[in-house]
Design a protein around this ligand. Structure first.
Ligand code: OOB
Length: 543
């Protein structure tokens, strides 16, 4: 068993098994089962038109698993995976599960700062990267990670490996491999983070398989489903809600889009007759406009899932008329709990709420600042526990002590209210995080990077409202001396430190001092109001 993670208490685990939520099967079986029942059906299609049947995908996963074992990568090893939306990701994901290793999923946008931290925390023994992606050399990134994290013995590269191992060469005749314990950790996901560094989320075979199965049921996935992966495959939404795993479990076809751009995505929807896909609100907004000028045939599309940040009621109402498909709102988190609007919900619930919990075994509470339940319908912080919600982050005991209640509820940091129907409306956030169109930025993490700049005396990062992204990032700075660093200088500084591009501040405001609360803390609410007012004034409607 992997150490450093927090399992469910035995009584809860008993119940989830007895009531059939946990089926006691390893996660990779969803592919094996379909390869058995529908070997010749197309499982996976890539942007270039490459096609793999269930049997082919299954065999490639077996061969890669055997190749991994030959390299010495096996039971319990953590392998940091940073790959774009290609067949190589899908094969490696299943191969790692079969080899008994634990994939640690990172986004293609992550850079040295994030990867080093993740590899270190995970105690990773291997790292898988592409050679080049969007002009960035990920082998150079891998070199930096290896230097900083000596436990990383192997670097596996999709494409030209330079001095490392080509993933194409991780191949051997299949060997029988022991099945992992379904109660053990299958995969480590990355949290959006509210503290200095991103946290790792352990998801077990039992819990993640249930997450996928229940999601596929609620979303009506079956053999006729053609799912387009638009978001990064490493994101929980695209991977498992129901995502690519749910599609494969249901016997459908997964189509991989290299980017979420309307050009790429619409062309694939038309070519492959895609029936369902999942996007974040800024992409949904872009697509709603793009149908005006792109003349692709989107008539196959039956369902658009939107989640990751809040979709406004107005754009929500435009989805069906503009795209000719149904909308489903998804309010989920890599930590577990998923809320979906249901396919047969009345229109006003679909456009006006963020869905209701996936599972009858999901327990939710809405509490005030003192942790007391609010009255029904009032807004408070959402707490949750259940058969697919973590009980603790990986190797983070101190953070866990703050983030979970004594009886195991996860404090989501989301402010919600619950309608009589059980649907949730997300009203805001109690956590110190910026949600930049679905990309999560920990204010503290970014502040720590800014504080490392020699000309920065103090830094406070807040969200500022933005029509497309929901919010963007504003960094308030108190400089050590004038002239204060500019936004451009700070962006170069942060990039140089290996910070992912989506975390760079969209705006920098220089001040002499920060407003303080009565106990002397930086008053971020006041800063948030200040930048919102300034934006309104600049737009010409304000003070
Ligand atoms: C998804 O997962 P994460 O881990 O990137 O972010 C989770 C957080 C939530 O706690 C909430 O603050 C926000 O993202 N969020 C939403 C939302 N969906 C997520 N806020 C408002 N409305 C929504 N619909 O973002 C994620 C994981 C699985 C499925 C969908 C999204």
């Amino acid at each position: 068993m992997l150490d450093g993670w927090v399992p469910w208490p035995e009584a809860a685990a008993e119940r989830y098994r007895a009531e059939g939520y946990w089926a006691g099967r390893p996660l990779d079986r969803l592919l094996r089962d379909r390869a058995g029942s529908d070997p010749g059906r197309i499982a996976l299609v890539d942007a270039d038109g490459g096609r793999w049947t269930y049997a082919e995908l299954d065999e490639r996963a077996d061969r890669t698993a055997a190749g991994l074992r030959r390299l010495g990568i096996g039971a319990g090893d953590r392998v940091v995976v940073q790959l774009p939306n290609t067949d190589v990701f899908v094969v490696l994901f299943f191969a790692l599960l079969r080899a008994g290793a634990v994939p640690v999923l990172t986004l293609p946008a992550h850079r040295e700062s994030e990867l080093v931290h993740v590899a270190e925390t995970a105690g990773a023994t291997a790292l898988a990267v592409p050679d080049l992606l969007d002009g960035h050399d990920h082998r150079a990134l891998a070199r930096a990670v290896r230097k900083a994290v000596p436990s990383v013995e192997h670097v596996l590269v999709a494409g030209d490996p330079a001095e490392f191992t080509a993933l194409a060469d991780v191949d051997a005749d299949p060997v029988p491999l022991p099945a992992p314990d379904p109660g053990d950790v299958a995969v480590l996901l990355l949290s959006g983070g509210t503290t200095g560094k991103p946290k790792l989320i352990p998801r077990t075979h039992d819990d993640y398989t249930y997450n996928v199965r229940a999601s596929a049921e609620v979303c009506g996935f079956d053999e006729s489903t053609v799912y387009l992966v638009v978001l990064p495959t490493a994101h929980n939404f695209a991977l498992a809600c129901p995502g690519l795993l749910g599609t494969l479990m249901a016997g459908g076809t997964v189509v991989l889009s290299p980017t979420p751009s309307p050009e790429d995505a619409f062309a694939l929807i038309e070519r492959e007759k895609v029936t369902v896909t999942a996007v974040v609100p800024p992409i949904a907004l872009l697509w709603l406009d793009a149908v005006e000028w792109e003349d692709a045939d989107l008539s196959s599309l039956a369902l658009l899932q939107v989640g990751g940040s809040k979709l406004g009621a107005e754009p929500a109402a435009r989805v069906e008329p503009a795209l000719g498909c149904a909308l489903q709102q998804v309010f989920g988190m890599a930590e577990g709990l998923l809320n979906y609007t249901r396919l047969d919900d009345p229109g006003e619930l679909v456009t006006g709420t963020q869905g209701r919990p996936l599972s009858p075994a999901d327990e939710i509470r809405v509490v005030d600042e003192d942790g007391h339940d609010v009255l029904p319908g009032e807004t408070g912080e959402l707490l949750t526990r259940g058969p697919y919600t973590l009980r603790g982050y990986y190797r983070a005991p101190e953070h866990n002590a703050r983030t979970f209640t004594d009886d195991g509820y996860y404090r989501t940091g989301d402010l919600v209210r619950v309608l009589p129907s059980g649907h949730l409306v997300v009203e805001g956030r109690a956590k110190d995080q910026i949600n930049r169109g679905g990309d999560k930025i920990s204010a503290e993490e970014l502040e720590n990077h800014l504080l490392a700049h020699p000309a920065v005396h103090d830094a406070a990062v807040v969200g500022m409202p933005d029509e497309t992204m929901g919010e963007r990032t504003c960094a308030y700075l108190v400089p050590r001396a004038q002239p204060a660093p500019t936004q451009r200088e700070l962006a170069a500084f942060l990039t140089d430190r290996g910070v992912a591009a989506y975390k760079l501040p969209d705006r920098v405001e220089v001040v002499d001092a920060f407003p303080r609360t009565s106990v002397g803390k930086i008053d971020k609410k006041a800063l948030g109001r200040r930048i919102a007012e300034r934006l309104r004034a600049e737009a010409g409607h304000g003070t």
